[in-house]
Design a protein around this ligand. Structure first.
Ligand code: T5A
Length: 214
């Protein structure tokens, strides 16, 4: 679908409260200070339609959607995002920094729901339909013990969403899923210890980005 990509596509992944939003903003600011144009976006969301789907997905009861319905909704939002925001920005030469992307679908809908999870084959088929043969240049996976991530989320004093009120086993499966995804995609994913100060993590991410792309 894209044939004139000039910028780099970097995704941030990890469990609840791992610090993705914090770190993505810090990298965005660093790139801007270096004179590198980048856009900061998120999933689900990033477009008008995607943000409307985000509202459907994140609000309401925990069991409001069947896991397959969730994958279909995330995929629809992703398709809009790819076509209307991500590909155009990469073609203009901007870097795209995305808070969550397809690894979230694999980790949440493909693993964390246990016996109710959607098969990885089905998730892959929907990825090919909605995105095609296109993948991030780099995925930063922030790893944090479950209790610490959840305590950070609670400490924010914001309303919690549908994915922040699950049983503890859900988050343990999620953490294992991200470790497994990182090990299975060593060229694309880098697992980062998020149980450190914001500045230490930011400095490791900047070194990584410089080594890969600058
Ligand atoms: N989802 C998404 C799916 O199920 N499938 C999918 O395909 C996709 C794309 C999105 C939800 O959708 C689900 C996953 C998600 O549950 P969201 O609101 O975007 O929901 O939620 P999250 O992405 O989980 O974002 P959070 O805001 O909850 O967590 P972050 O971004 O990881 O953490 P952040 O940066 O907001 O930090 C949390 C708190 O910790 C502090 C921050 O200041 C903040 O208060 N903090 C630190 N404190 C100490 N030390 C550090 N190093 C810190 N870093 C941050």
């Amino acid at each position: 679908m894209i044939n004139n990509k000039k910028g780099f596509f970097i995704t941030f992944e990890g469990g609840e409260g791992a610090g993705k939003s914090t770190q993505i903003k810090m990298l965005h600011e660093y790139l801007s200070n270096e004179g590198i144009a980048s856009i900061l976006t998120r999933e689900p969301g990033g477009t008008k339609g995607g943000e409307a789907i985000r509202e459907l997905l994140l609000t309401g009861e925990g069991d409001k959607w069947d896991p397959v319905s969730e994958v279909l909704l995330f995929s629809a939002a992703r398709r809009e995002h790819i076509l209307k925001e991500i590909f155009p920005a990469l073609s203009r030469g901007q870097w795209v920094l995305c808070d969550r992307f397809s690894d979230s679908t694999v980790a949440y809908q493909g693993y964390a729901y246990g016996s109710k999870s959607v098969s990885l084959e089905e998730i892959d088929i929907l990825y090919r339909i909605s995105v095609g043969n296109f993948y991030p240049d780099l995925t930063i996976v922030l790893d944090i013990p479950v209790e610490e991530g959840l305590s950070r989320v609670k400490g924010r004093n914001e309303a919690i969403n549908r994915f922040e009120a699950k049983e503890i086993e859900f988050y343990e499966k999620l953490r294992s899923a991200y470790i497994s995804i990182s090990k299975s995609n060593p060229d694309r994913c880098v697992l980062i210890d998020a149980l450190r100060s914001k500045e230490e993590i930011n400095s490791e991410i900047i070194s990584l980005v410089k080594r890969r792309f600058c």
